[in-house]
Design a binder for this molecule. Sequence first.
Ligand code: PMV
Length: 327
Amino acid sequence: MDKSVGYGSAPGKVIISGDHSVVYGYPALATALNLRCHVIAALGEIGLEIAVENMSEGYTYSMNELEGINQGKKFSIFDSLAMLVTTLIPTAEIAIKLDISSEIPISAGLGSSAAVAVATIAAIADLFDLKFTKEEISSMAFESEKMIHGNPSGIDNSIATWGGLLVFEDGNIEKKELTHKMPLIIINSKIARDTKRLVASVAMLKENHDRVMGSLLTTMGTITQQVIIEVESGNMKKMGELMNMNQGLLEAINVSHPFLSKLIWELKEMGALGAKLTGAGGGGCMIALFESLDNSDMIKAKLMKLGVDVIITEASPTGVLIGRKDI
Ligand code: PMV
């Protein structure tokens, strides 16, 4: 069927357990969120035009610029999307417009760049009726992530593609059924974080305290294994308790931040079953698990006074959609 418009979307993610210890071969559990990035791809003028909702200026690439994209040293997210488009459409002339809108905050560790890459692949696939497997979509998005982030773990592109719950261990991915509701409040502290620096600081601690760090990381791994069991059986109370223990250990390896820790305590006082930082720490986001989100408006109002962004969401089983359909 000939189309002039294609649509794709993909979710953001949070790491529920296993942040940092995953770098040392222990498991990490991550979930897709019902926050999504949406891309509409349409036939346009010669070259590539990218328009982002709420950004006054768009980005355009002429054919010459598209051909030269690989020679750049530092890539922006737009360069990585341009690269994806040239890989997906191997014709001499490209004439595409991408319209991007996203519910996922950027630069907050919630996987926004991977979601936009996956949604772009999906929109182009829809427009030209290209058939891809999820493996192919995830690995193309991984290449695009490497252009921007250097050495990503692969968690973000996998979640954006498959959705639901995924366990990562030693480079392997295992899918888990999301059978129970997981209501979450995510708070973006808006404190800039530097994943590379934090990962390096943990490596340094490990070098200085190998035995102690060895047992802390092993315990973090055990916590993640137990979290997986509780998630599968839907025991949210126990899952919350494990999240709190995990946060204690993340504090112990010095990757929290005074403001994040304060927020985590506030959330526990507001009735969270468990709360912890998510991702690299040192700023960025924290997550709090709730029994239900019935009181979330009141919680949001209180937290907004602290100058943070509050996102009320839940884990979602839905990964990439091509033309609003699963593949
Ligand atoms: O900074 P984020 O949210 O993308 O997460 C980094 C998670 C770490 O475990 C600290 C590092 C990694 O590569 O898994």
